[in-house]
Design a protein around this ligand. Structure first.
Ligand SMILES: Cc1ncc(COP(=O)(O)O)c(C=O)c1O
Length: 579
């Protein structure tokens, strides 16, 4: 059985006064400051584990809270006072975790690089700014007087009317401003954030203001993990989060670690792993993504001597909803099975979910016109996070696909131990996301829209993408030669994956799959349509490709252009196959 080492503990603090600048908090062990150096935690003795399954059952359903509960919690806590560089974490904002077990410790998964990361001295020093009356000659935080921006103004839609034309014409939107000193202004008693705070240096976790929003959003939309000591850390998007998490868990040079992922994987993830020396093994997939029995087989049959000395993989990187590039969405049973395999083999799951809220029904399936936000949330396939009894999931969320990619803003949710290591890296890598992005998203999502408005926006987007998906699928039915091209209509995201039967190609015996793929790709370019080649996403670049695929997206083009593009693609394939 698994024997774990617990070196520290943190407690859910419900209803804590929200004067972050003044609160003095203690951890529940030994009376040490919660913000003590955690480097001692990172070098706790290694854990011994076996492949025996753990017995704690995976919860049947996500444990979501309601918007009313969040409102009550905020009313109890009072106005959030979080000045410049105020430290914060999810514990300050999340609900009670009484009765929940702690996450397992993952010391044996951390890389040497990660264990060596010490707290950033300057970020730690900024925590003293909370002391009333202190005069700082310590950190190099510029005086906001020298910030040459005194206000920002945004024109934004008012939920539930998200029509772009209404917002552009001014009829359906509102103009809001963010001032430099709103939070200190007596004229704006409700203001909690402003440019003087957001545009100065902050903590690498991101601001308290947005940390509160994403913590609540996790509990509301995904359901809090079933263990107590979970946390969040804002990120400059999931690309950055992926790189940081990989370096935290996978050592490609010393330990020669290997990452498990989908057989066709997000190319940026592959490009992140390669220069770190991290090997990548693709798990065969079906229409619902990775196959648990194949994942189990790879792990069970793993022999380092047959794998160039590489040890058995201990991390899975997966995109469960609207996977990039295949568009595959793992159903709830699939997720449970994959999670069980991960438990049996002590695998950490990196759950990358930028398309989670873009879930959709089958083409032609009627959506109820008057869906409420509760119904929308109930209809979402549960996240790995909501099943994570061990604390072995690092979930990555991003505002890129559901607000704006240029925000470079997202967050991770994981066990406190993993979040703490992640923060140590963020402190010296990027110092957290941009203050501009944080203050703008806070104004939009927290202050103006609130949780309900944001969920309504997500519903609106998923309906928009459903319409786009339907246009693309209909165009494929109309223009592609079905005798050689097949597809599964995607159930989430923005990608459509087309399988081409290369074995029926007239040159199948003389040309490789990659050569035929390239030939069709070049024909497409000549005809004026850009598609993505399946080969770009192959996890195992050394193995021969298992088939010929193209990825198309229904995110970018207008419906008319989408139809025209698919018509051109159909022509290119027909010509290549002499049909
Ligand atoms: C699976 C996946 N993860 C992450 C990203 C990038 O996210 P971000 O913009 O937050 O870095 C993308 C974007 O295409 C993606 O498809």
């Amino acid at each position: 059985m698994l024997s774990t080492v617990r070196a520290g503990t943190r407690r859910g603090i419900s209803g804590l006064g929200n004067h972050i600048g003044r609160a003095t908090r203690r951890s529940s062990v030994g009376g040490q400051s919660q913000f003590r150096s955690s480097s001692s935690e990172a070098v706790a003795p290694a854990v011994h584990f076996s492949a025996a399954p753990d017995t704690v059952p995976i919860p049947e359903k996500p444990q979501r809270i309601t918007i009313s509960e969040i409102k009550e919690r905020r009313a109890r806590a009072g106005r959030l006072v979080a000045p410049t560089a105020a430290p914060s974490d999810a514990d300050m904002f999340k609900g009670s975790t009484t009765g929940k077990p702690k996450a397992k410790r993952w010391d044996h998964h951390l890389t040497h690089e990660s264990t060596l990361r010490a707290p950033c001295k300057l970020k730690q020093a900024a925590r003293h700014l909370k002391q009333p009356g202190i005069i700082s000659l310590g950190g190099g935080l510029p005086c906001p007087e020298y910030f040459p921006i005194s206000s920002l103004s945004l024109h934004i839609p008012i939920p539930p009317n998200f029509s772009e034309s209404d917002t552009l014409s001014g009829g359906g939107g509102e103009t809001v401003t963010i001032g430099k000193y709103d939070a200190a202004s007596t004229n704006q008693p409700a203001a909690e954030y402003d440019l003087s705070i957001a545009l100065n240096y902050g903590q690498a976790t991101g601001s308290a203001q947005l940390t509160r929003f994403v913590t609540e959003h996790v509990e509301l939309a995904l359901g809090a993990p079933p263990y107590a000591d979970w946390g969040v850390c804002l990120t400059p998007g999931s690309t950055a989060a992926l790189e940081q998490t990989l370096r935290m868990l996978c050592d490609g040079v010393g330990r020669r670690d290997t990452l498990l992922t989908e057989e066709f994987a997000f190319s940026t993830a592959l490009e992140t792993a390669a220069p770190l020396g991290v090997g990548v093994v693709g798990v065969p997939m079906d229409g619902e993504g990775i196959l648990p029995r194949e994942m189990e087989r790879i792990l069970a049959e793993w022999k380092p001597e047959e794998r160039g000395g590489r040890r058995r993989p201990h991390v899975l990187y997966t995109v469960p909803s609207g996977q990039n590039p295949t568009g595959a969405t793992q159903g709830v049973e699939r997720r449970r099975e994959v999670y069980e395999v991960a438990r049996r083999w002590d695998v950490i799951i990196m759950e990358d979910e930028p398309y989670y809220y873009l879930q959709m029904g089958q083409p032609g399936e009627q959506q109820k016109a008057s869906r409420g936000v509760e119904e929308f949330l109930e209809g979402l396939i549960p996240s790995y996070l909501s099943m994570d009894v061990d604390g072995r999931v690092v979930r990555m969320d991003s505002f890129s696909k559901v607000v704006v990619p240029g925000s470079r803003l997202g967050w991770i949710t994981a066990s406190a131990q993993l979040v703490e290591r992640f923060v140590r890296h963020a402190e010296v890598a990027n110092q957290g996301p941009s203050g501009f992005s944080q203050v703008i998203l806070h104004k939009l999502l927290d202050e103006r829209w609130g949780h309900e408005g944001y969920l309504r926006w997500l519903m609106h987007l998923s309906e928009e993408y459903t319409r786009r998906r339907d246009v693309m699928v209909a165009a494929c039915s109309e223009f592609l030669p079905k005798e050689v091209v097949s597809w599964n209509p995607p159930r989430a995201g923005m990608f459509h994956w087309l399988k081409v039967r290369h074995e029926l190609h007239p040159d199948a015996t003389s040309k490789s799959i990659l050569e035929i793929e390239e030939e069709i790709f070049n024909r497409c370019i000549a005809k004026g349509v850009l598609v993505a080649r399946g080969a770009w996403f192959r996890a195992d670049q050394d193995k021969p490709p298992s088939g010929l695929y193209f990825r198309t997206t229904f995110a970018a083009a207008t419906p008319d252009n989408m139809r025209e593009a698919i018509r051109r693609l159909g022509e290119a394939i027909r010509e290549s196959f002499h049909l």
